[in-house]
Design a protein around this ligand. Structure first.
Ligand SMILES: [Zn+2]
Length: 445
């Protein structure tokens, strides 16, 4: 038998799947069926009034050549809450033997999505019926995520994975540029402040056909503040990509855009414009020479006890609690009671996660992370690093030391909006997060 024939016979004997990735997908329409309070803006005075387009939850399950598995879930929500995350960790372990490291729950951070269980209750005048509806919807969301994860794992099939990075420029640093000056600043090419305009793309191909695409962007989903549900700009991107690639699933993973806004904003046509710009950046990336990713997967997760800064003085809380028609008053009244009961934790269990997909390093962080973190991590760990924010548990803003010291919304006043007991994290927040992530990168092989 000649050598060529031996090689041909050997290659025929090897099953195709032995050396390849497998992927499976599933999706669920998660648009609320009844009016429900909407998350994101404390100024809202009433529940939702219909939908601009459906809200989606989507799942992409991956399995490497050694049967290691992971599931990426995207949701058109402001953020997955701790209550929902904790329930899902238990249920996904029980149903599918998935450990927390293997689960990545992304929230698009749309500000035209529903309030979810256990968070933002202080900022709206909610009654018992409103809360019941929020809790029922949250159960539905959990059930859909469990069901879809099972479906995605069940339909795993051989695929190839590729990674590339595109660019689009609509994200503006909102701390450094006044909203109403932005058109003038754009015209003068005079926008200021750090930004991250990368569009990371993970493409999943079945043969030559696009099966799924995960894409990221570091910018708040705050184009719209209307009373209708929508996925904001990334909702329009998902619609555009799924229309131009029939049968493919498009999933959004928000980046570190806590201090970045889509500006100008507030009009539906602007959300659609930014959505189409992001879709074009993804399409252009798919046409680039993308990096082929070897079928090798590693997943790690850990929680860092992030320390709260000094608690507000009881006298200040008592003064604020006198007016409970605003969120600060309702929050202060609740904090007074917690302080009196000595029921305030000193730390918050903050989740950080590290995946290696071939030579792609994917870092995920909970909360609303400011842009300095993604710029710093990409500088340290190289260009094939993807940094996602709003992952697994969205409990607060995560400022760098600079933003914390400057204060304002992202460094200070957002803490009470989220219902946390202190007005700031402790000054070591950036150091704890940075060291935690770098340590996780070192051990994820
Ligand atoms: Zn936000």
């Amino acid at each position: 038998m000649n050598t060529l024939r031996i090689i041909i016979l050997l290659s025929l004997a090897l099953p195709l799947s032995a050396a390849s990735w497998k992927a499976g997908t599933a999706k669920a329409d998660i648009t609320p069926n009844t009016p429900i309070w909407m998350a994101g803006y404390g100024g809202r005075t009433k529940p939702s009034e219909g939908a601009l387009h459906p809200l989606w939850a989507k799942a992409l399950a991956l399995e490497d050549a050694k049967d290691n598995r992971a599931v990426i879930v995207s949701t058109d929500t402001l953020g997955i809450t701790a209550s929902i995350y904790n329930n899902l960790k238990v249920r996904l372990a029980k149903e599918y033997k998935l450990q927390p490291a293997q689960i990545m729950l992304n929230a698009s951070h749309t500000h035209t999505g529903p309030v979810l269980r256990g968070w933002l209750y202080d900022i709206y005048p909610l009654n018992a019926a409103h809360i019941k509806r929020i809790e029922e919807y949250s159960v539905r969301l959990e059930n859909e995520i469990v069901r879809m994860t099972g479906e995605a794992l069940k339909n795993l099939e051989p695929v190839t994975l590729k990674h590339g990075i595109g660019i689009t420029r609509f994200g503006v640093n909102r701390r450094e540029n006044k909203q109403y000056d932005v058109p003038k600043l754009i015209a003068a090419q005079a926008l200021k402040g750090p930004i991250d305009h990368d569009v990371p793309v993970l493409a999943v191909y079945k043969g030559l056909e696009l099966k799924a695409v995960v894409f990221g962007y570091a910018c708040h989903s705050t184009t719209l503040g209307i009373q209708k549900f929508s996925g904001d700009y990334s909702g329009f991107t998902q619609i555009a990509l799924e229309k131009s690639h029939p049968g493919a699933l498009a999933l959004f993973s928000a980046g570190c855009g806590a201090d970045i806004n889509p500006l100008p904003r507030r009009e539906v046509h602007l959300a659609e414009r930014y959505g189409l710009m992001l879709a074009a950046a993804v399409e252009e990336t798919l046409l680039q020479k993308m990096q082929h990713l070897e079928p090798k997967l590693a997943t790690r997760i850990k929680t860092i006890p992030l320390e709260y800064g000094a608690l507000p003085e009881p006298a200040a809380l008592a003064a604020a609690a006198k007016n409970q028609t605003n969120y600060r008053g309702r929050w202060a009244a609740r904090m007074l009671k917690l302080q009196a009961d000595d029921d305030i934790p000193k730390t918050y269990p903050y989740p950080i996660q590290c995946w290696r997909i071939g030579d792609l390093l994917w870092l995920t962080m909970g909360g609303e992370v400011v842009v300095d973190f993604s710029l710093n991590f990409k500088k340290k760990h190289g260009p094939r690093t993807w940094v996602s924010s709003y992952c697994n548990d969205v409990m607060a803003y995560i400022p760098t030391f600079r933003v914390l010291r400057e204060g304002r919304y992202e460094g200070q006043s957002s803490m009470a909006v989220y219902g946390l007991p202190a007005d700031r994290w402790k000054e070591n927040v950036e150091d704890l997060v940075t060291e935690g992530v770098n340590q996780l990168v070192r051990v994820t092989k």
